[in-house]
Design a protein. Structure first.
Length: 184
């Protein structure tokens, strides 16, 4: 059973790789953004709460994200495995997830950190051409990511779950390495 957490800065390619691997393994690729959108679209009680924040352009508070993750990991298709993408974002969320998985009688089988140099991330994110993405905004996002998520790398290293993957290669090379990691 594959239960993986994908870490990586914006533009590191974790979403793309999570989709490919999840499809190959027949398990759900769980991204917090997608959970939010689906819960809002389905009008679930948590989705209705989240919609209020999203409509106001506010960040959805941690507690609500945590509840959504809990709800999603409890669903039928997540029992045979999953790939979490974009969660946890900080050590308190990682602690919550560790406790939640114990509660759900599940264990994380590994954490993949997509390692990509900042200059490459900057190029990739500028190439996406999103209207709010300029060099200054992207550089700030990367700084915030480093501050919040760098401690996660240590956290999962201490738990002996972390594997670093060079994300600055061809898509197929990265996919191949992930397949190898999953099989080992």
């Amino acid at each position: 059973m594959t239960k993986l957490i994908f870490l990586g800065a914006p533009g590191a390619g974790k979403g793309t790789q999570a989709q490919i691997l999840a499809e190959n393994l027949g398990i759900p690729h769980i991204s917090t953004g997608e959970i939010l959108r689906n819960s809002i679209a389905d009008g679930t009680p948590l989705g209705i709460k989240a919609k209020g924040y999203v409509d106001n352009g506010d960040l959805v508070p941690d507690e609500l994200i945590l509840d959504l993750i809990k709800e999603r990991l409890g669903q039928e298709d997540a029992q045979k495995g999953w790939i979490l993408d974009g969660f946890p974002r900080n050590v308190p969320q990682a602690d919550f997830l560790t406790n939640l998985l114990q509660e759900l009688h599940q264990i994380c089988t590994g954490v993949i950190n997509f390692d990509v140099p900042d200059d490459v991330l900057l190029k990739r994110l500028l190439a996406r051409g999103r209207k709010d993405d300029n060099e200054e905004v992207i550089t700030h996002r990367l700084e915030v990511y480093r501050q919040q998520t760098a401690p996660l790398i240590d956290y999962y290293e201490k738990h002996q779950l972390l594997k670093n993957v060079n994300g600055d290669r061809e898509l197929s090379q990265i996919s191949q390495e992930l397949e190898t990691i999953v099989k080992s």
